[in-house]
Design a protein around this ligand. Structure first.
Ligand SMILES: Cc1cc2nc3c(=O)[nH]c(=O)nc-3n(C[C@H](O)[C@H](O)[C@H](O)COP(=O)(O)O)c2cc1C
Length: 447
């Protein structure tokens, strides 16, 4: 009998008060207001490691949500992803508090030279001993472009073209610049590294120019574990070439299953780990879970959810009546528009609001621990996903429910690991070596 596929869990968070489920920070037991303290992040990391989570996935944006009504005021008032800290800077403290947890950090490549981003990730790969991952994004906000001195962001597909070139450069910095035997650390001869084994990376492309060696010596994984979220046609082409893990929206099962099958087909023979966004409300009984939902629900903010949705759909929802059909074109996150259209017979503002049960477009899975365990198993079986990126509701109790209740239930069903595998984030995820291998393009330049 083939063993059941184990379900992988990431926590999905952001260094702000209001991440996905808008308004829940006002719940009296919610600790999101502690996001400015290191202890908040280290205790989160320890809790996740207790639950054998594969990773903590951190979102990030570089602009304010000002699409809704053309104003940033509601985002600021509700704490909807503003104020927002730099997620990379949280990682060393959490890494020091844990030994196995991986960190999938969203970093936007659009506003800096490849050499700078490559150095920060190499630094974190050393400090975490190979537990760093990168969610590759190019942004979706004109407000970020204005923060960086431009009037608007690049067009949707051009952003992916820019990212393709950026990836070529960072692969060469991480994989090619330093040969595996370049570092000698020889006190007797005084040779730290052999200069003949360290090469300058020369690149002249459409977007980027470079003539320099990588500044950091080889780290355990070299290239961080690569995540991608965004499943437009152009996004899937990008993911199939570069991504090791993809993060997809929820939605109807056939929609998600089709997306995953297409991504796997495009990436073959490379394996892809597919994580679906999910929000769980778990009780010891169904009634307890329903009570919890009602309790949380009182704190949810539909206005803040519309602010968030307007920005990520790239549609000013304030300009639409409840029964108006929303446009299908977007220069922001096209897969979010596709998920909305797949979820309702008519993609109206009212249909969207109907889904905003807890302050986001992502309706929660609510039930007893057994019901939620079976629901997750159903997703894995029927949509061929590998695991879930779990949004927080009321933190930390929502994660304590996962660690104390759901994980044991999944373990009993043979669906969850009982201990971590050894090695780097990549080794834990794929059961192979620490570095990328052919046919991944990073391997083509590896030394
Ligand atoms: C589930 C999900 C999460 C995402 N998280 C972020 C994020 O944290 N920061 C960001 O700038 N873009 C984020 N994006 C945007 C995408 O990564 C992508 O770059 C872009 O918006 C285009 O997506 P598309 O190919 O579906 O149109 C996310 C997209 C999805 C679907």
């Amino acid at each position: 009998m083939t063993p059941h596929r184990e379900i992988r869990l990431n926590a999905f968070d952001m260094a702000c008060v209001g991440h996905i489920q808008q308004g829940l920070w006002t719940h009296p037991r919610d600790r999101a207001l502690d996001y400015l303290s290191i202890d908040h992040w280290t205790s989160l990391a320890r809790l996740l490691e207790r639950g054998l989570f594969d990773g903590l996935f951190l979102a990030d944006v570089l602009g304010v949500y000002d699409v809704h009504g053309g104003s940033q005021d509601a985002a600021v008032r509700h704490g909807a992803q503003i104020p927002l800290l730099d997620p990379m800077l949280l990682v060393p403290a959490m890494a020091a508090a844990t030994s196995h947890l991986g960190f999938g950090v969203t970093v936007n490549l659009a506003w800096e030279p490849p050499a700078l981003l490559a150095r920060r990730f190499s630094t974190l790969d050393h400090l975490t001993r190979g537990r760093i991952g990168w969610n590759i994004v190019t942004g979706y906000l004109d407000s970020a472009a204005r923060a960086m001195g431009l009037d608007r962001q690049m067009a949707h597909d051009d952003r992916y073209d820019m990212a393709d070139e950026f990836m070529q450069v960072v692969y060469r910095l991480w994989e090619e610049s330093w040969a595996a035997d370049a570092v000698k650390r020889d006190r007797a001869t005084g040779v730290y590294a052999d200069p003949s084994r360290v090469t300058r990376i020369r690149h002249e492309g459409r977007q980027y120019r470079l003539d320099a060696p990588h500044l950091v010596e080889p780290s355990p994984q070299r290239t961080p574990v690569l995540y991608q979220a965004g499943a437009s046609d152009r996004g899937r082409t990008f993911a199939a070439l570069h991504a090791e893990c993809v993060f997809i929206n929820g939605g109807p099962k056939p929609h998600v299953a089709g997306l995953v099958a297409d991504l796997r087909r495009r990436a073959a023979p490379r394996p892809i780990r597919a994580f679906m966004g999910a929000t769980l409300i778990i009780g010891r009984t169904n009634a307890e879970a329903r009570d919890k939902l009602e309790d949380y629900r009182r704190c949810a903010s539909v206005e803040a959810a519309l602010v968030h949705a307007s920005a990520s759909l790239g549609i000013d929802l304030a300009a639409y009546g409840l029964d108006d059909e929303l446009p299908s074109a977007s220069q922001a996150i096209q897969s979010n528009v596709a998920a909305l259209r797949a979820s309702a017979p008519r993609a109206t503002k009212q249909a969207l609001i109907d889904r905003m049960i807890l302050g986001s477009r992502q309706p929660p899975i609510v039930g007893s621990v057994e019901e939620v365990a079976e629901a997750l198993i159903g997703w894995v079986e029927e949509a061929d996903i590998d695991g879930f990126n779990l949004s927080r509701t009321v933190i930390p109790e929502c994660l304590e429910d996962v660690v104390m209740l759901l994980v044991p239930a999944l373990q009993e069903r043979g669906r969850y690991k009982r201990g971590y595998a050894e090695g780097t984030y990549r080794e834990k995820l794929f059961g192979a070596g620490p570095r990328l291998t052919a046919p991944h393009p990073a391997a083509a330049v590896a030394r």
